[in-house]
Design a protein around this ligand. Structure first.
Ligand code: PLP
Length: 356
């Protein structure tokens, strides 16, 4: 199917809600922009996408996704460059990843014309909703739901693809305290850890609630066989700076979500001549490095937080506290470098940025 931006039908709001928003008071995930995009998939084909006023949806209680979790999503951000023009960061990578999730969840491929061109048209129409200001952005949430009105168990035949957007103010990156999870499991080989499936988030709520009660912020997930090999922190990819090398788990076992931020970080580090090893990382190796004073930095990466510094890691009775943040050369450099590219302050030599 080929849809050009002009094939997307647009029904505008009569009056924008933007004036009701206080730019000093934007809270992620609470305010939504004026418009949303919806595309239906039925009889084996995507129908023409429509952009329309943001509104509530109504479904039969028998609809597939309520019961069987055939639901996937993505997270993308748009930023304003110094001239005030919105730019979207690496949406093609999110598009490809959504289709990897879709395949695993027996859902149809979303065409580029709907995912990327639909997103561009939507952000263009709501461009006033992309906040200006340091660390502010428009969070873009594409998602797909199975919507058969049938309560029997079978892969669905009807789907809805939706995009909504939410202005986000500065993300407060206080260093997080991490608990190394040795009981619950997020992902295992052959599972769906590499997808952005709703169920991956649903299953993480209970273990996260437990460690929060114990005073930690996030979980460092480990493998399901030995609880030794680290996977991700919370819903972010994880990096460790040991000596002069940067380590991150490899994605070969389908247990790691292939983050766009992860890939950006690896690319930038390698270009700067820093060694990045993508390989299995045993928690014993981290402990050993900490004992020897070689564990210099540790951080999570994701679209929402960008680079999230880790203040301490607790494994059994061992609380490994990291050096003070102002000594973290690599993550402090990365954070600035990434922001300069995302906000269009620096030349985009990787073709990461998409203008409207
Ligand atoms: C979304 C997500 C990430 C981060 O991916 P980005 O593309 O960098 O935002 C990492 N881990 C999990 C489990 C995720 O769902």
């Amino acid at each position: 199917m080929s849809v050009s931006t002009t094939d997307i039908s647009i029904r505008k709001v009569e009056k924008s809600r933007i004036s009701e928003i206080d730019p000093a008071e934007i809270h992620f995930g609470i305010n939504y922009s004026d418009h949303m995009l919806i595309a239906y998939y039925e009889n084996g084909a995507w129908q023409k996408p429509e952009i329309m006023p943001f509104h509530n949806l109504s479904f039969s209680p028998a609809t597939t996704f309520f019961h069987y979790g055939q639901a996937i999503f993505e997270g993308v951000k748009a930023y304003k460059d110094p001239q005030g023009n919105p730019i979207i960061f690496r949406p093609y990578d999110n598009w490809k990843r959504m289709n990897r999730s879709a395949e695993r969840m027996a859902m149809p491929d979303v065409p580029e014309e709907i995912f990327v061109e639909g997103m561009r048209a939507l952000v263009d129409l709501d461009r006033d909703w992309v906040p200006v200001g340091a660390e502010s952005s428009l969070y873009i949430r594409p998602f797909m739901l199975a919507v058969d009105e049938f309560i029997g168990v079978r892969p669905a035949e009807k789907f809805m693809f939706i995009i909504i957007t939410s202005p986000a103010g500065p993300y407060y990156n206080h260093p997080v305290s991490i608990y190394v999870q040795d009981k619950y499991v997020r992902a295992f080989p052959g599972g769906i850890g590499f997808t952005k499936a709703a169920g991956n988030y649903g299953m993480s709520m209970y273990p996260t609630m437990q460690i929060k009660k114990m005073g930690y912020d996030q979980i460092l997930w480990t493998d399901g066989f030995e609880h030794k090999f680290v996977q991700e922190i919370g819903t972010m990819n994880v990096f460790f700076v040991i000596g002069d090398k940067v380590l991150t788990p490899d994605i070969t076992q389908d247990t790691i979500l292939e983050g766009v931020t992860r890939d950006s970080v690896i690319t930038l580090l390698r270009e700067k001549g820093i060694t990045v090893e993508e390989r299995p990382i045993n928690i014993d190796e981290i402990e050993e490095a900490h004992k020897n004073g070689q564990l210099k930095e540790a951080f999570g990466t994701g679209t929402a937080a960008s680079i999230a510094p880790i203040y301490a890691l607790t494994y059994h009775d061992d609380k490994m506290v990291l050096p003070p943040l102002d000594q973290w050369e690599i993550s402090n450099w990365l954070k600035k470098e990434l922001a300069d590219i995302r906000y269009g302050r620096k030349e985009d030599t990787h073709n990461w940025i998409v203008r409207l």
